[in-house]
Ligand binder design. Structure first.
Ligand code: SF4
Ligand code: SF4
Length: 328
């Protein structure tokens, strides 16, 4: 939610935006126009990464204003046919695979099948699995300049999860966790179970098996998802996890607060701009000596793995690295 009373029109948010090249004066002017309900060019230039919510040190949440204005104006004009696949995620058949009530449940959203075999093996054995459209949080609508479908579905999303009876639920998709950890609170919706981020779950498991780890000795470039802007504190867990499995997260330019969007939201709007963005991201990984691109979001994986391979990088999901390093 945009907090107008916290904004002093300093312009930092748009000066720091890595997708536009505004000087301070232009950044301030763009933001002033936004606050006056005008339609400045940032509305079409914004790639919806939510980064400026993290850049703003005053806690004003500038992206939330940009998103609200995008929704009001219909910018960024995403063609209907391009939103079809995303909307279709709500129709993926829902299923509950019952497990052991002593273990937390695992929610795979509608995206659990994108990386085949990821949940096979002892690491997730015995967990109750929730998957399909009933467990799809829809946070990705923000990448189409829309927040209403997210807000309107959140109560139902929480109800569906709560109906599983699980007191603790591990979330594979960063979007789902971000929605529950931050947005549900903003929408005034109670979450009657404990959401656990997949990274927290992996870290706990690795700590419990610290004598059964073969360090991987890899240098990796991490692709931080846009949803992680809502929960930047999870970066510390990830750093600890990487340390424990012998993985060096290279200190590249486009990681942490300066992470770049994977480019997926731009594909339907401007393919050439999306391609240039992906190239810039992968070139940064290569120039900092990474052996592999490592992902948390399955959609980032889909979008970047081809170009990363072409540049000689391996592609791995964080879960794959943990499975490779830890022996049960
Ligand atoms: S939203 Fe934050 S960073 Fe942007 S102009 Fe306002 S105070 Fe500055
Ligand atoms: S959401 Fe991302 S792309 Fe949009 S203005 Fe903020 S930092 Fe720039």
């Amino acid at each position: 939610m945009f907090n107008a009373e916290k904004c002093d029109l300093c312009g930092d948010c748009l000066v720091l935006c890595p997708y536009v090249d505004y000087d301070r004066e232009e950044a301030v002017e763009q933001f002033r126009l936004l606050m006056e309900d005008e339609t400045p060019k940032i509305l079409s230039e914004c790639v919806t990464c939510a980064g400026c919510n993290e850049f703003c040190e005053k806690g004003a949440n500038p992206f939330d204003l940009i998103l609200a204005r995008q929704e009001q104006t219909g910018i960024p004009h995403i063609p209907e046919e391009n939103t079809k696949i995303f909307r279709g995620l709500a129709d993926v058949r829902s299923e509950i695979i019952p497990g052991n009530a002593d273990k937390p449940a695992l929610s795979l959203c509608s995206v659990g099948e994108i990386i085949p075999g990821l949940f096979d093996g002892p690491m997730f054995e015995g967990m109750t699995i929730l998957k399909g459209g009933d467990y799809f949080c829809r946070l990705g609508y923000i990448h189409m300049g829309l927040e209403t479908p997210v807000r309107e579905n959140t109560e139902k999303f929480v109800e569906n999860l709560a109906a599983s009876g699980a007191e603790e639920i591990v979330f594979y998709h960063d979007d789902c966790y971000a929605l529950l950890a931050l947005k549900a609170y903003e929408y005034g919706i109670d979450v009657p179970f404990k959401p656990i981020h997949i990274i927290e779950y992996l870290l706990e498991r690795v700590k419990n098996r610290k004598n059964n780890i073969t360090p991987l000795g890899m240098k990796i470039a991490y692709q931080r998802p846009c949803a992680s802007r809502c929960t930047p504190q999870k970066d510390e867990c990830l750093d600890e996890l990487f340390r424990m499995i012998g993985v060096e997260r290279v200190a590249r330019e486009y990681d942490r607060i300066n992470a770049l969007c994977c480019g997926a939201p731009l594909m339907p709007r401007d393919r050439e701009r999306a391609k240039a963005l992906k190239k810039r991201n992968v070139a940064d990984a290569v120039s900092h000596g990474a052996d592999a691109f490592v992902y948390l979001c399955p959609l980032c994986t889909l979008n970047l793995r081809k170009i990363a391979s072409v540049e000689g990088l391996e592609n791995h999901h964080v879960i794959e690295l943990v499975k490779r390093a830890v022996h049960d």
